[in-house]
Design a protein around this ligand. Sequence first.
Ligand SMILES: [Zn+2]
Length: 138
Amino acid sequence: MIIGKIEDGIVLDHIKAGQGMKLYNILGLDKLDCEVALIQNAHSEKLGRKDILKIDKIIDVNLDAVGYVDPGITVNIIRGGKLAKRSHLEAPEEVVGIIKCKNPRCITTIEQELPQVFQLTDRENRVYRCKYCESKAE
Ligand SMILES: [Zn+2]
């Protein structure tokens, strides 16, 4: 499949197949007014199958959110049709306001104005737990 070339924008590449939509939702790409393409099950030498997200505008991508979904994703910034910057990510130590705690007894469920803070408690298995109640993020 061929998708139009980007002049100025962002390409999120090497997304594990099936994770593209999750990333799309976490980054709130549905709220953008520019073209966004989600390519699912693209062929990849490295992963076999992968998803790719193309955004036809240079926006502030929340790199913590991308690193939370999968630190293996590469973020390519395209300017004037050329690769201007490629970022490799790490799983962030802490993510704020990206995922919500599902524990109904958690203080963040009761006090809605509290920020949702999750901390990385196991880097090898990428386990995140709520800072307040230690519930595991899904
Ligand atoms: Zn909690």
